[in-house]
Design a binder for this molecule. Structure first.
Ligand code: HEM
Length: 241
């Protein structure tokens, strides 16, 4: 299968799911939740897999290559991209439908974190695919390139930090609505705290803040010019990784 097949498959799957939901007048919220559950297994391994970078760039690369054996199967990746597109589309629709009716802090946290995640997912996945079409290995060095190309660290640091924290917050809000007191408040606070800690850890890792990860050493950036070259390949000197 050619690499363009996965995005095409993903767009078809998301289009069919959306059309099916619309024709059968299915409630969008349960479908948004179902697609989130399907995405969750990828996202959990995706983010926890990045923690392998704590043991160095080579350890991260070997974990990434093992995970790719599963999610880079064309059918799996097509369905993953379908879930991403459906998640973004259904989330933005729910956001729009709920305008003017939101009451209380949790409803607003859910809306704001969801809106940011939709934006992040579109930019992040597009950047990964543009990189792949350009022949770049979209590994940890690719993700970290912006953090090592001043002044882009001021964009990429908050961009990644908010994404991981927004994910924890969004999951926490979903748990809040589906549990009863006092578990609901605890689940929300716990998920936000896990998101916050994971976000801080991953951004510090990308910035090269842990001893294990020297992105400029062999196997990482081969020289000081590498991050700039990755950004240049991504187009016009700026990229969104
Ligand atoms: C510090 C945080 C993050 C980093 C460093 C990061 C990095 C990466 C990298 C390097 C890839 C390419 C993987 C490959 O080539 O096999 C990727 C793909 C992807 N990431 Fe992330 N990511 C982060 C957070 C997130 C978050 C928060 C989400 C979702 C909310 C997310 C969703 C995805 C998706 C859906 C893909 C596409 C998989 C594919 O089509 O092959 N990522 N990410």
């Amino acid at each position: 299968m050619h690499e363009t097949s996965q995005p095409a498959l993903g767009a078809t799957a998301a289009g069919l799911a959306g059309t099916w939901a619309w024709r059968l007048r299915l409630a969008l919220r349960p479908m948004h939740r179902a697609s989130a559950i399907a995405l969750a297994s990828f996202l959990a391994t995706h983010l926890l897999g990045h923690l392998a970078g704590l043991a160095g760039a080579a350890a991260h690369q070997s974990v990434l290559e093992t995970l790719r054996l599963v999610y880079r199967q064309p059918l799996v990746e097509g369905l993953l991209l379908g879930c991403v597109l459906f998640q973004v589309g259904s989330g933005l629709t729910l956001l729009w439908r709920g305008r003017g009716q939101r009451r209380g802090g949790v409803a607003w946290m859910q809306a704001i974190s969801g809106g940011y995640l939709a934006l992040f997912l579109l930019v992040h996945v597009t950047a990964v695919w543009v990189g792949r079409f350009q022949g770049v290995d979209t590994n940890l060095q690719f993700a970290a390139a912006g953090m090592h190309t001043p002044p882009w660290q001021w964009f990429f640091g908050p961009y990644y930090f908010l994404a991981v924290w927004a994910l924890g917050t969004h999951v926490g809000c979903a748990l809040y609505w589906n549990l009863s007191e006092p578990q609901s408040a605890r689940a929300l606070a716990g998920a936000m705290l896990v998101g916050l800690l994971l976000a801080a850890c991953l951004v510090a890792l990308l910035a090269g803040g842990f001893d294990g990860l020297d992105l400029r050493a062999a196997g990482g950036f081969r020289d000081a010019e590498t991050p700039t070259r990755v950004l240049a390949v991504m187009g016009g000197g700026a990229s969104f990784g």
